[in-house]
Every structure is written in C-alpha cells, then in structure tokens.
Write a protein of this length. Structure first.
Length: 489
C-alpha cells in the first residue's frame, strides 16, 4: 500500500484564485474542502491526484470566468464531465507544478435543440448520452454512438474522448457523428468549429478537437448527427466451444456479404460473472459467446440473421438463439453492458485495458491475454468489440494485496506490447489520457509527435488546458511506462 501524501495548504496566489472562484460560483459551485475535492481525485481508472479545487459552473459565462481566473493565476485546469473515463484524462495530475482546478461541466446538461428536420441536435456538454438517445427515439430518430457507459457518460466527454461503442462497426466512432464543436479556450472565448452541416468548410478543426481529451480547451456545446431509427432489428446470441472458433466466426461474419451492425465477443469468465448478476440468458457451457446485431429493412435483417446462423454453425457454435422480443434483446445487451458492475461483486478493483489488433489476429491476441494473466497470476476476463478488433481485458485485483500493483501494471504493459507486436494500436476508444501518454512514442515517431504538439500549442497557446495529458514527455522508445510514476495512490 502506498502512503497517502501529506496535505498541501494553498499558497498565497492559490488562495487569491480560490477567492475569485468563490465570487464567480458561490458556495454551491466550488469545492475546496478535503472531502469535496476527494470525489474528483480520479475518473473510472485508478489514477489519482489531488486538485486544488473543483469548479462546478452552471453556465457558459461562469465557465469563461473560471478559465480567466485560472489563466490570470497561471493555474492549469482539468475539464471533467461524468468521470467515467478510463485513461486518467480527468484525473487532476499536476506534474507541471501547480495543482489544477477541476472544471466540471456536469451541470450544463441541457438538450438545447432537437432539430428533427435537419436530423441533428445541439447539446450542452454535460448531457448524458442515453438521455439524447431517449429524446431522439421519441421522434423516430437515433443517436448512434453507444458506449457501454452511456447511462452515465456525457456527450461532452464522448466528444473529448472520441468515444466508440457497440455499433462502431457500421456507424463509426463519435467523430463521424459530430457536426460542430463549440470550444472554449483558456481566455474564455468560444470558437465555433464547423457549422453543424454534413459538409466541411475550411480546415477540419472540428475533427482535430474531437478526441482532444481536454487538452485544447473545454467543449461547451456540440451539434450531433441523428439518424433514422432502423425499422427492424435482429439480435443473436451464439455460444462457441473455444475462443479460437469464436474469433474465426467473427472473421467470417465481417467478410460475408451481410455485414453485422454489431459483433461483440465475451470470454467464458465474463459470461459466467455476468450471468450471475444480470441474468441475461447467456450459455454457461460456452468458452466464448458472440452477440450479433443486424439492423435495417426486415428482409435485409432476416437475410443477415440467416447468414449469421449458417456461419456460426459452420464454425462449431454449440448454441444460437435469436431474440424473439424487445425485452429479450434488451436482456442480451444488458448483460454485455453490465460487465463492470458484475465485477464489483467479484473483486474490489479492476484495471480495464483497451487495445486494438487487426481482426485477422484476434485469436492470437486472445491467447496472449490468457498467457499474460497466467504469468502474472491475475484473473483477466475479456470482452471485445470484435467487429473492429478492439479488446477490453479487465484485470481483476485487490489493491490491498502486497505487490499486486506491480503485477497489474506489468500485465497492462504486456497487453499493450502484445497488441503493438500484432500490428495493432494502444487504444481503441478510451483515449490516451495519462495512462498511455508515454506509449504514444511507440505509435508515432518524433516528427509525427512534433506536428501534434505544434497543433496543440497553436490551438491552446496558454498550456493550461489539461497540460499533462495525451502527448508524451521525453520518454524514449522502449522505455514507456504503463502509468507514470506517482499517478496512483
Ligand atoms: C463501465 C464502462 C464502460 C465503458 N465503455 C465504453 C465504451 O463502450 N466506449 C467508449 O468509448 N468508452 C467507454 N468507457 C469510457 C468512458 O465512458 C468514455 O471515455 C466517455 O466518453 C467519458 O465520458 P465522461 O463524461 O465520463 O468524461 P470524463 O471521464 O469526465 O472525461 C474524459 C476525458 O474527456 C475530457 N473532457 C470531459 N468533458 C470535457 C469537455 N466538456 N470539454 C473538454 N474535455 C472534456 C476530460 O478532461 C478527460 O480527458 C467506459 C467506461 C466505463 C466505466
């Protein structure tokens, strides 16, 4: 167990900043006490640091005043929304010296406009993803990005992390659904990046800002694309006798003439854990299950389901069940989305990895994850957005166990290294944050990184917006640490 760092009292300039923030936000909009700040020490990762204060602005004007106060005091700020991020992006690390102010956008959560005629929505950043989904469904539309965290994660957070989800295979990640971003810089000025239309005008700064992870400023609004709700949906649950057969079935499904809209894989550990928790009806004798979905006109959906049934059988499926009702379909997906909740009954801590490999190497990667778990004596269960080769191994542990963190970090490091060795990459959807910051040098060379830094410096010249995140420090190739020293407690 690491010892909790000694409490730091605010310095003189910090005290002046806190007084100014109090004038802007009042008692209810500012947390400066130990307890109030403790809640904002970490996101859903275990990366952990103490903020100077937590600002909870209710309006754009208040947000601008908070950022101007930080700028004048030369104190960095960490944007935060629901805190479901898994890469420590919203963790207020202060490696640059000063402790940051966490600026939570959670209270700015209005659906500003549901523009049915133009199939788009203008939203505030704190609006929760699932709330937009429900509002769109009520008028026959649909917001496609559906991260498993969608009942809590916000749209601002989804923009900032370029979130993915279960239907990425055909609908793409968040970036494909963002028509405009309103980005507030460290001077409190809002820049409209693109105009909310399908067509792009000028340099694609909207594209640059999606996935900025708070390093370019604060997303204070966004215009999002809505799609027509599909007239028919077919959902299948298939059990396989081995991970290899399930992975081979995935390869066959995504190269067939009927591309599924979602292909999710869960290993036996995930299946058994979830079944006891969500009662989703998953086959308990299977070594792996696939969850498949086809959307569109009824005839196309039926044809897709037929193809999937045939290919599953050809790859040795031991069971194939088609959802017969909306309730059964919801139950099947509830199981997939309940994995993190189910884990809480099994282990006090988990470390959720996020790597990508080419689909054709999925089987190899799954084998490597199993071997890493055995080597580090850690229980690892894996769920996969299999259609796009995006694996999420959950490493289960209890941080109170002596020496366990070293094994957890070693497992995380080796999972990322294995993905890179298989021609994959370090993150599919959770982002880089602080967790994988020093791994970026394994993906891009120094010249590529210099361009990224130059763009960031041009868009955010103050250097105060989430300064320690995403872009690596001076760590050289091969020296990358899984998690920077001192970033967890
Ligand atoms: C159980 C579970 C399942 C998950 N499943 C998925 C999944 O399927 N797909 C997926 O992509 N992710 C998934 N995630 C990760 C997480 O939900 C996403 O990264 C999500 O987009 C984060 O949204 P948030 O509102 O919680 O943002 P936060 O965690 O608060 O912040 C995330 C990052 O965005 C920045 N940020 C937040 N709001 C703003 C803003 N308004 N302006 C600028 N920067 C901002 C923060 O500084 C930070 O760097 C999952 C997480 C959990 C816990």
């Amino acid at each position: 167990m690491r010892r909790r760092p000694a409490r730091r009292e605010p310095t003189g300039p910090e005290t002046s900043l806190l007084a100014r923030l109090h004038d802007v936000l009042g008692e209810d909009g500012l947390r400066t006490g130990r307890l109030g700040r403790a809640t904002y020490r970490r996101d859903a990762s275990f990366l952990n640091a103490e903020p100077l204060a937590v600002a909870l602005p209710r309006t754009r004007q208040e947000t601008a005043e908070v950022l101007r106060a930080c700028r004048d005091a030369r104190v960095p700020f960490t944007p935060r929304a629901a805190g479901t991020g898994l890469a420590g992006g919203a963790t207020p690390t202060g490696e640059a010296g000063a402790r940051p102010v966490v600026v939570s956008v959670a209270r700015m959560d209005r659906l500003r406009e549901l523009d049915v005629a133009n199939r788009r929505a203008w939203v505030e950043p704190g609006l929760v993803n699932a709330r937009l989904g429900r509002a769109a469904a009520a008028v026959g539309l649909r917001f496609a990005p559906d991260p498993a965290s969608q009942i809590a994660a916000t749209l601002g957070g989804n923009v900032a992390t370029n979130a993915g989800g279960i239907h990425v295979l055909t609908y793409g990640v968040m970036s494909q659904h963002v028509l405009a971003v309103e980005l507030m810089d460290a001077d409190g000025v809002v820049h409209l990046l693109d105009g909310g239309r399908a067509e792009q005008t000028g340099l694609d700064l909207r594209g640059v800002s999606v996935g900025g992870e708070g390093t370019l400023g604060i997303v204070v609004g966004a215009c999002l694309r809505l799609l027509p709700a599909p007239p028919a949906v077919g959902t299948l649950l298939a059990g396989f006798p081995s991970l290899e057969r399930a992975a081979a079935a995935v390869a066959a499904l995504v190269t067939s003439d009927r591309l599924p809209d979602a292909v999710e894989l869960m290993d036996a550990r995930a299946v058994s854990l979830v079944e006891g928790y969500a009662h989703a009806g998953y086959p308990q004798d299977a070594a792996a299950v696939l969850l498949l979905e086809y959307e569109g006109l009824p005839a196309g959906v039926d044809a897709g389901v037929g193809t999937a049934e045939r290919l599953a059988a050809e790859h040795g499926a031991t069971s194939v069940v088609r959802a017969e009702s909306a309730e059964q379909r919801a139950r099947i997906w509830k199981g997939r989305k309940a994995v993190a909740g189910a884990i809480a009954k099994r282990a006090p801590d988990f470390y959720l990895q996020d790597v990508v490999v080419p689909r054709s190497r999925l089987g190899e990667m799954l084998d490597r994850v199993v071997a890493i778990g055995e080597r580090e004596r850690l229980e690892i269960l894996t769920v996969v957005h299999a259609g796009d080769g995006n694996l999420h191994p959950f490493v289960l542990f209890d941080r109170r166990e002596d020496g366990v963190m070293e094994r957890v970090f070693a497992a995380g490091h080796d999972i990322v290294a294995a993905a890179l060795a298989l021609d994959g990459t370090i993150t599919g959807e959770h982002g880089v944050g602080i967790e994988k910051r020093d791994f970026l040098g394994e993906v891009f060379d120094a010249d590529d990184l210099a361009v990224q830094r130059a763009v960031r410096d041009a868009m955010e010249p103050s250097g105060l917006a989430n300064p320690d995140k995403v872009l690596p420090t001076t760590v050289g190739c091969g020296e990358a640490r899984m998690v920077p020293e001192g970033a967890w407690v």
